[in-house]
Design a protein around this ligand. Structure first.
Ligand SMILES: Nc1nc2c(c(=O)[nH]1)N[C@H]1C(S)=C(S)[C@@H](COP(=O)(O)O)O[C@H]1N2
Ligand SMILES: [Mo]
Length: 343
């Protein structure tokens, strides 16, 4: 059995306990010192670390590129999923990421994805549909009315955030394509472009995943109104590290189901293979519904660290809810299933 785990550099055991090697702060502080010494102090203090890192391109020290540009979106606020909980600050949402195509540590995506190209982009909806769709970059944010939904995101590594996403229901997209009778599942695929995504070239950097990253849902799960296609967060288009230009958000499932930077959605008549499940099937199930009663083989899922303003080390530990608190909306999908078997 493979010893690989989701985000192994963080999980065993440092994420749940103390950590030594994931904090970016010392690195950025050193950069600040150097920038200060160069007489660029005012800039160094006020601009984000990854932009500072850009300054170091001058010295050949950094691998970062021009900052990725996000743009404001027009949307309405969904009145059901509003921010009745404390939002995770935007700076945390965009700098603490899992996106193995850009590296396995939490700060790799913000550092390595800045030069990611999302224009042009093509998202295809195909397979068992009446009208296959090919959406270009503009269509992603213009084809459907956009709404904002505040959702909790619970990573299988036992941390969580509260994020205001902007997007539309996956069901809206699937209805537009017209799902044929006989369809039972939906598969999703992330862009495969090793030139842009260094983790796809290196087994070490990409965490051993067989790329492209693929995910899947049963058709009834995909049609549930909670399943959301996000094109933005915090009112703007998605940062590269959060899955630009379009990603799935499934708030009742562990975060790894919420696949990023999607290029293909395929309606099928059988369960598709999925990346984490293929890598370590007894650790990561196809369903991956958040469940405090079914522990990961190597750690408990009973509680989680909620990442708030205090940052990851002062994060508060709270009890994990079945289906991440969305049972009212989704529990019916699994009513006759043994959830310890179909984890
Ligand atoms: N293509 C792709 N999608 C991905 C991942 C990934 O590595 N590659 N990581 C997943 C995991 S484990 C989590 S927790 C969420 C994190 O989303 P965020 O970085 O926007 O918070 O993205 C998910 N989607
Ligand atoms: Mo995750």
């Amino acid at each position: 059995m493979t010893k690989h785990n989701n985000c192994r550099r963080v999980v065993t055991p440092n994420w749940n306990e103390k950590s030594s090697h994931i904090t970016p702060e010392p690195v950025f502080n050193d950069r600040r010192k150097i920038i200060k010494a160069l007489g660029l102090g005012a800039i160094g203090a006020s601009i984000p670390g990854y932009v500072q890192a850009g300054l170091f391109d001058l010295f050949g020290e950094s691998k970062t590129q021009m900052p990725f540009v996000t743009k404001p979106l027009s949307f309405t606020k969904n009145s059901v999923f509003t921010g009745d909980q404390i939002l995770t600050p935007e700076q945390k949402v965009i700098s603490h990421n899992n996106f193995y195509e850009f590296g396995t540590s939490k700060t790799d995506p913000i550092e390595n994805a800045q030069g990611f190209k999302v224009e042009p982009w093509t998202l295809k909806v195909e397979g068992l549909v009446d009208n296959p769709l090919t959406l270009d970059f503009d269509a992603l944010s213009k084809m459907f009315a956009l709404e904002e939904r505040v959702y909790r995101l619970r990573c299988v590594e036992a941390w969580s955030m509260v994020i205001p996403w902007v997007g539309f229901s996956l069901a809206t997209l699937l209805k537009k394509a017209g799902v044929k009778t006989g369809a039972s599942h939906v598969a999703f695929e992330t862009l495969f472009d090793p030139e842009q995504m260094p983790g796809q070239k290196s087994r070490l950097m990409g965490g051993g995943i067989h790329y492209p990253y693929v995910e899947g849902l049963r058709l009834d799960e995909a049609m549930n109104p909670l399943a959301f296609m996000a094109v933005g967060l915090y009112g703007k288009t998605l940062p590269a590290q959060n899955g630009a230009p379009i990603r799935l958000v499934l708030p009742w499932k562990y975060g790894f189901k919420s696949i990023k930077s999607i290029v293909r959605i395929r309606v099928m008549d059988k369960q598709p293979p999925t990346s984490w499940n293929q890598l370590a099937p007894h650790e990561y199930g196809f369903y991956a519904n958040v469940n405090p009663k079914v522990d990961h083989p190597r750690w408990s899922q009973a509680t989680e660290r909620r990442i708030g303003a205090g940052g990851i080390f002062s994060a508060q530990r709270i009890e994990t809810q079945p289906f991440n608190g969305y049972g009212e909306q989704v529990a019916y999908l699994y009513k006759d299933m043994d959830l310890s078997r179909y984890y």
